[in-house]
Design a protein around this ligand. Structure first.
Ligand code: TXA
Ligand code: MG
Length: 338
């Protein structure tokens, strides 16, 4: 018997959240597993339901930029960048990390004193946040290190043994299908992109100067930058950046992009091209659903193509797709593995 339950309306969610219960809800990126950000016990239960280590801080979701601002302590420099970003991208798939007010429990910030805030645009997320009228701490609603969920059924699959609620909406999709882009507002100097996501670096660079965390020698890493992430269960997932030997194609699947591995299409058990037209947005939208589908295909290996990082003059999210592929494969390349 599943302990997790579907609910079909936001009515009554405030009471549940105030009781310390957890509700998975859709956003325009992926499903989140939400609890009261001001309640340390609710936050602890998010970590335990997901099986997530406590040193991996949570993003707090609120319904408006003003509510987000109330959770932060910003200097003038940070404030000016916050205003530019929030005006342009909220509501939407951008997370801003900045110093937190004291009311944010250390469980949310993993003791860092910094908190990630985000104003989602998904209409159901907005209705839920307005109904609760509380900041909602929420990581993606998957089992730790598994593929993030873009459908309520994915959440049920991963978390059915826990007494959580899953807000089900059959009409509105998680449009982007990959997580928000994360930007850290440094105390001084350029803000840092900590995670590639639904908003391209090119677009962000149109309005502010940014540094990528790879370009800066820093001790600081978002734990979500850990290599193994978004991995399909029980399948050896590998990036193919050279020819795949015939014997390795037996019992294998391919999740392709722009036909890069099309020549193997008839040699594998399962083949799907995320976007024949090289459209990184549509590929990202399908990516997690197809990685989960691969788990049901009884394949031993899944090959993903090696994608070029997009040139930084174009407004696409090919670098996000390349990054997610790399993590799904835990960094394994065909040359290293076989
Ligand atoms: O699109 C999204 O961002 C989704 C939806 C549900 O909003 N949420 C999401 O949360 O992806 P999660 O927990 O799966 O990933 C958040 C990432 C983690 O890698 C975490 O380490 C990083 O953000 N993060 C959160 N707060 C942070 C902080 N204070 N300092 C550094 N990294 C932080
Ligand atoms: Mg996650």
């Amino acid at each position: 018997m599943n302990k997790a339950k579907y609910i079909y309306s936001v009515i009554g969610t405030q009471e549940k959240i105030l009781n310390g219960e957890l509700i998975a809800f859709p956003t325009e990126t992926v499903y989140g597993l939400g609890g009261n950000a001001f309640d340390p016990d609710a936050v602890k239960s998010i970590f335990s339901v997901k099986g997530r280590p406590p040193n991996d801080p949570l993003i707090v979701h609120v319904q408006s930029s003003q509510k987000a601002r109330e959770l932060l302590v910003l200097n003038e420099h940070q404030e000016s960048i916050f205003n530019i970003l929030s005006e342009k991208y909220w509501p939407g798939p951008l997370t801003i990390i900045a110093p937190a007010i004291d009311d944010i429990p250390s469980e949310v910030s993993s003791g860092s004193g910094w908190v990630g805030v985000r104003v989602p645009s998904h209409p159901v997320a907005q209705m839920f946040l307005r109904e609760c009228n509380l900041p909602i701490a929420a990581p993606s609603a998957n089992r730790f290190s598994h593929v993030s969920p873009t459908k309520p059924e994915h959440v049920m699959n991963d978390l059915k043994d826990h007494p959580i609620y899953i807000l089900k909406n059959s009409h509105l999709k998680c449009d982007f299908g990959v997580e928000s882009t994360i930007i850290k507002l440094e105390v001084e100097g350029d803000p840092l992109i900590l995670r590639r996501g639904a908003i391209s670096q090119f677009d962000l660079n149109q309005i502010i100067k940014l540094t990528r965390f790879e370009d800066k020698k820093t001790q600081f890493m978002a734990p979500g930058m850990m290599l193994k992430h978004y991995s399909p269960d029980g399948i050896d997932t590998i990036i193919a950046d050279c020819d795949i030997p015939a014997e390795y194609l037996k019992n294998a699947g391919i999740l392709d992009f722009g036909g890069l591995l099309k020549k193997y299409q008839n040699k594998v058990k399962w083949y799907f091209d995320l976007s024949k037209e090289n459209n990184s947005f549509s590929a990202c939208q399908l990516l997690y659903e197809k990685l989960r589908e691969a788990e049901e295909k009884q394949i031993e290996r899944l090959f993903l193509p090696k994608i070029k990082m997009c040139d930084l003059n174009s407004s696409n999210i090919q670098d996000t797709l390349a990054d997610k592929f790399y993590r799904a494969a835990s960094g394994k390349l065909i040359t290293h593995t076989l």
